[in-house]
Design a protein around this ligand. Sequence first.
Ligand code: NIG
Ligand code: FE
Length: 415
Amino acid sequence: MPGMLIANIKQLVNVRAQWPVLRGKELAELPCIDNAYLLIEDDTIVDYGPMEQLASNHSALPADSIDATGKLVLPAWCDSHTHLVFAASRENEFIDKLKGLSYAEIAARGGGILNSARKLNDASEDELFNLAWKRLQELSALGTGAIEIKSGYGLTVPGELKMLRVIKKLRERSNVTIKATFLGAHTYPVEYKENHQGYIDLIIQEMLPVIAREQLADYIDVFCETGFFSAAETEMICRAGMQYGLKPKIHANQLNLSGGVQTGVALGAVSVDHLETMDEAAIRALAGSSTIGTLLPTAAFFLRMPFQPARALIDAGCAIALASDFNPGSSPSGNMNMVVNMSCIQMKMLPEEAINAATLNGAWAMECARELGSISTGKIANLIITKPVPSLAYLPYSFGSNLIEQVIIKGERVV
Ligand code: NIG
Ligand code: FE
């Protein structure tokens, strides 16, 4: 019989017949089956259950089987916010920061996003693809099975289109589920520093029509931040994207109370991301909406910012997801195991909450929860098999160890 059996699973994690977005207290409910089996056919989860029911449920079993004695099986991570396509790392700025410069100061003197944009515009599409492909391979071996990737290091018509075409090619060639987000409004290019409307016009008149025609993006994003795009500019750009069917997923409240959360909520954004800087009004707005708040703890860690107020958000009833923000400036790691770990250590999320936020709610934050994010019959077989571990809590507890033994993406072993 074709397919694959995973048997003797110590604990099958995040098992659901229904998979609603989880908010507030629901986030701590992580349904599991101890001593379980799971059956895959082609790229799909076709059955699972307690080991003692395996023989009675199935007279014939696939020859291909994995013994998961002592091991956990989880849905692969759904990383709903990354900038995976970039031309070069920026460790020189890292040194500048160690010497005392702030993120905003580095940006103001032409570093940061503008530095990445110069390098990206000089790189060929093939170079960018090869670099991004390697990163994607590394991340899938660390358990990432779905990923959102943004443009935003082009800031020119050809540069933005080049990035989005690289993302499209990654999507065509990889088994990892990929969503593309147009982030032309990442910062103002130097030549538009005093002419914001000019750059917004370029985005709306020159970039968006081509992106829509070539179907290069699923979402539109704006870096809504003091010194970058105001709430009003964010709204203008998102509305233009929405005309082409791109839903907003926006960078909000990273460095300041930018109004980005309320703007995102008013626009019906799929998610508002970052949220390092929140006040009561922003928390209330998010809690009363269907927009997901995506927390990026490794960006807060790397920039030495206060961490996102995860507990306050959960207590207020918000739906929150966790993502890596993988990018060369503020989170040069896309390791979701680290994100989960950091959300527990620094934001006091419970292991169950962190795993739900990095799987099911992450899938919701890129609108692929129907296919991914939980162990459910009919969903795509994107799975993490851990090394033998004492318990689920050991995953975030044992920081720095690679506890992943195998990853299965679309039913195929990647490690
Ligand atoms: O999500 N905040 C804006 N964008 C990225 C950082 C980009 C960069 O520094 O290159 C972020 O943190
Ligand atoms: Fe980001």
